[in-house]
Each structure stands twice: as structure tokens, then as C-alpha cells.
Design a protein around this ligand. Structure first.
Ligand SMILES: Nc1ncnc2c1ncn2[C@@H]1O[C@H](COP(=O)(O)OP(=O)(O)OP(=O)(O)O)[C@@H](O)[C@H]1O
Length: 441
């Protein structure tokens, strides 16, 4: 087996050669793509650095593809930006290795590559800018690259504000459907009794007030991508309607008996734990499997802190352009404060913080971010949010009493049943505590 390695860093070139040679590969090591074509016909695999001196490795491979060279490629990069990794995946890269990588990672990637037949896709340059240089986002971009090559249903999971919509757009804009529309249906924003009308549309006379035919989002997305956001909020009854649509890729507009085909790619997102909802009987298992043919998890910002600095720089530039300010950057201590923060609102929260700070600073460097208050309340609010997520709608009427009873009982347990102590901790009299307990039971 012959492997060609192209990297302008002699050290990297040498260590790859050493690892592969030790496993019996014949290695052609090149510091530039010059002369590369000569070796291609007799070779089984190409390892290509993305940022070469003067030229991008992805451009080199694209030219080779245009000439009909179909060799499997592994890209190597120290800079895991979205453009590079998604583009690499689209060019039929078997893998993208992020420097530094271990011998084991290299050998595994080579092994996978030799079993792989690449698919070709023309290149495409995008407007959308997605920031992320962390290992975690690198994995996200690799999956996006995979999603771009097919029409599978994709489920994007992650906390609020992590960038699920951004990732959905990234898939659309790199897929063969990019010339088509990208249509968003934000599920909780629609009253549930209008959900079907919104998704499938209706014909004149379908219900009172339906004075003219109206296209639904499924039709508006024809030829493109339909993004259904917050799918975990969809009531059980409507999940069945959605399942029929996802399975058949066809629908009936309300009031019509004519079935319409939908030529759309479906992407779903949720900040809920759908697997858990399935176990609890709150989300249909069949629907879950249907929508998650490919699952992409976008990790919270606190788990990929390396992304904070590039995101801040990007948002400062954006804010300057939008607000007409000329902020030059962020002071070290202000950035450190962000690095210590847990960002319950993730990238959206960071973006808002930066915009506010830019507006206040106007020129010069940002010295501080106003995040103390949010931090103090975040774990309390988070606990309550978890509670709200866990309680089904039909149990809401008793929720307040249950919470009160639970908290009082827990405190009594903690203080060995000492009612006077618990009453004083709660700032109520012992009598009030006792009457509360009587009424709540
Ligand atoms: N990697 C990123 N690069 C640049 N901007 C980002 C990135 N991630 C998120 N953003 C920005 O942060 C904001 C929130 O992102 P987005 O709406 O995609 O989050 P979400 O996960 O879909 O949120 P929600 O769960 O509330 O729907 C947007 O303004 C988006 O442009």
C-alpha cells in the first residue's frame, strides 16, 4: 500500500512517515503539492494538510477531483474552522485529523480510509460564518460534512443558544439543496391547533377564516430544507401527524383530499432529552428513530471554552459593523471573567453580552462584562427549569402545593424533624409551618 503525505511542516511529515513506514506502508512524503500527480496513479491514499504555504490543501484536492483523480483523502489541519472541515468532508475526505494527533488516531484514520470510496461534490463558498476552533466543534463540523452528502433526517440536540439553528443552516448551505429555500418552523411559537395548518397549509373553506388557499411550510420549503425547531415540545397527538409526514414525505393540506409530495430535507432540533422523553412515554419512539437518522450534538459553551475568544472577536467585529462603533478588542481580565463563567444561555448569551459591552465601550477596548447577577441566579433558575421540564402539563395544577410540601419535608429530614428550626429558617412561625403541613397533605 502506498500513501502520499503532503505537509509543509517537515516535523509532521517526518513523524507521519515514521509511523506509517513502521506498519509496512510505502510513504511518499512531499513538502508541497508539486509533482504530486505523478505519484497518484500508483497510490492508495493521500494525506493532505489544509493550510499549505500559498495554497489550500482543499483547493489542491478539488483540482485533482476535477481531473478525475478519485483517491481517498485524509485532511490534516491545525485550524479546525468550519469552512475548512465542512469543505474537506464535502470533497469526499474520509477523515479530517486535527493536529496534534496520536499514532493510534493516524493509523485508525488510515485503516478507515483504505476501506472507503469517496463521493464527489462540487465546491461551494458560503456567506454563513460559523465559529468554532474547539475539538468539540470540530466533531460537529465533521458530522455536518457527512450530513451534506445525503438527504437523511438530522436531529440536532443541545442546550438553548448553543447554535443548533446555525448548524442546521450550515448543513443546508453545503448540501445539494443550497439553491433551494431554508424554511424554519419554530414549533412552540404556533398555537398547537394551528400547527397542521402551518405545516401542511390549507385550502379555501377548510375552516372558518380560511378565505383563500395558503401554502404550509412543507410546501414553502420545496426543493430545499425544512428546519423544525424545538421538536420536543410537540404534543403527543401531533407527533403522530408529524410521523406520517416524515415517513411518507407527503401530506394533505387541511380541507384537501389531494395528497401532495414534499421534496424537502428535514432537520429537527431540540434542547430536551428526547431519549428520556421516549422512556417516560412523552415522545413517540417511532418518531424519534425516524427523525434521528443522523444525530448531531452541539455541546454547551462551558464545555468548549476555547471557542469563547474567537466568538468574542467575531461578535465584536459584527457589533462594530452593525452599531457603527470602533471597539478594538477585549482586555485580558474581562476575557478571563468570561472564561470563568458558565453561560447558561450559551452562545446567544455571549453574543448579547458582547453587543451590550460594545455599545457601552464605543471605542477602545472592553474592560468588563456585566455578568455577576446572572451567575448568582443561574443554578437556582436552572433547577426550576429542570423541574418544569420534568412535569407533564396535566400535573401543573398541583405543582405549587407539591413543591411546597416537598421542600418542607426535605428540610425537616435535614434538621431531624425540628419544626421550630425549619420554621425559623423559612422565616415563618411554627404554627404556620404546622398548618401548612396539615393543609398540604
Ligand atoms: N458557532 C457559532 N458561530 C457564530 N455564531 C453563532 C455560533 N453559535 C451560535 N451563534 C449565534 O448565537 C445565537 C444563537 O444561536 P442559535 O439560534 O443557532 O441557537 P439555538 O441552539 O438554535 O437556540 P434555541 O435552542 O434557543 O433555538 C445566534 O445569534 C447565532 O448566530
Amino acid at each position: 500500500m502506498r500513501v502520499i503525505v503532503v505537509d509543509d511542516d517537515f516535523g509532521v511529515l517526518h513523524s507521519i512517515k515514521r509511523v506509517l513506514s513502521s506498519k509496512g506502508f510505502e510513504v511518499v512524503a512531499l513538502q508541497s503539492p508539486e509533482g504530486l500527480e505523478e505519484y497518484l496513479p500508483e497510490s492508495n491514499l493521500l494525506l493532505m494538510d489544509i493550510r499549505l504555504e500559498g495554497e489550500r490543501g482543499t483547493d489542491v484536492v478539488e483540482k485533482l477531483r476535477a481531473k478525475g483523480f478519485n483517491i481517498p483523502v485524509i485532511f490534516i489541519t491545525a485550524y479546525a474552522d468550519a469552512d475548512a472541515v465542512v469543505n474537506a468532508s464535502r470533497l469526499g475526505a474520509v477523515d479530517v485529523l486535527k493536529k496534534p494527533f496520536s499514532s493510534q488516531e493516524l493509523l485508525q484514520a488510515v485503516k478507515n480510509a483504505l476501506e472507503f470510496v469517496p463521493k464527489l461534490e462540487p465546491s461551494y463558498s458560503r456567506e454563513l460564518k460559523v465559529i468554532g476552533s474547539s475539538r468539540a466543534m470540530f466533531e460537529v463540523f465533521k458530522k455536518v460534512g457527512l450530513a451534506c452528502q445525503n438527504d437523511l433526517n438530522v436531529l440536532i440536540t443541545g442546550e438553548t443558544g448553543v447554535g443548533k439553528e446555525v448548524v442546521a443552516k450550515l448543513i443546508h448551505e453545503n448540501s445539494p439543496r443550497r439553491e433551494g429555500p431554508f424554511v424554519i418552523l419554530h414549533c412552540p411559537a404556533i398555537p398547537w391547533d394551528l400547527f397542521e395548518a402551518e405545516l401542511f397549509g390549507y385550502v379555501k373553506g377548510a375552516f372558518t377564516g380560511a378565505l383563500v388557499d395558503k401554502k404550509g411550510k412543507a410546501k414553502l420549503a420545496e426543493g430545499g430544507t425544512l428546519f423544525l425547531d424545538e421538536i420536543g415540545d410537540l404534543p403527543y397527538k401531533l407527533q403522530a401527524k408529524l410521523l406520517a409526514f416524515v415517513e411518507r414525505k407527503s401530506f394533505f393540506p387541511l380541507g384537501s383530499s389531494k395528497e401532495e409530495k414534499a421534496n424537502v430535507r428535514l432537520i429537527f432540533a431540540t434542547n430536551r432529552d428526547l431519549k428520556k422523553m421516549v422512556e417516560e412515554g412523552k415522545f413517540r419512539e417511532d418518531l424519534y428513530h425516524r427523525i434521528s437518522q443522523l444525530e448531531i450534538h452541539v455541546p454547551p459553551l462551558r464545555e468548549r471554552k476555547e471557542d469563547i475568544k474567537p466568538l468574542v472577536e467575531y461578535f465584536v467585529a459584527l457589533a462594530n459593523a452593525e452599531l457603527g462603533t470602533s471597539v478594538e478588542g477585549v482586555e485580558e481580565q474581562a476575557l478571563r471573567k468570561l472564561m470563568d463563567y458558565s453561560f447558561p444561555g450559551n452562545v446567544r448569551e455571549l453574543k448579547n453580552l458582547v453587543y451590550k459591552a460594545v455599545l457601552e465601550t464605543r471605542f477602545g477596548r472592553i474592560k468588563d462584562f456585566a455578568l455577576q447577577e446572572e451567575k448568582k441566579h443561574s443554578s437556582f433558575e436552572k433547577a426550576l427549569e429542570l423541574l418544569l421540564d420534568a412535569v407533564p402539563e396535566e400535573e401543573l395544577p398541583n405543582l405549587l402545593e407539591r413543591v411546597e410540601l416537598y421542600l418542607i419535608k426535605k428540610l425537616l429530614e435535614r434538621y431531624s424533624g425540628n419544626k421550630s428550626k425549619v420554621a425559623s429558617l423559612l422565616g415563618i412561625s411554627r404554627n404556620t409551618l404546622e398548618s401548612r403541613l396539615r393543609n398540604l397533605k
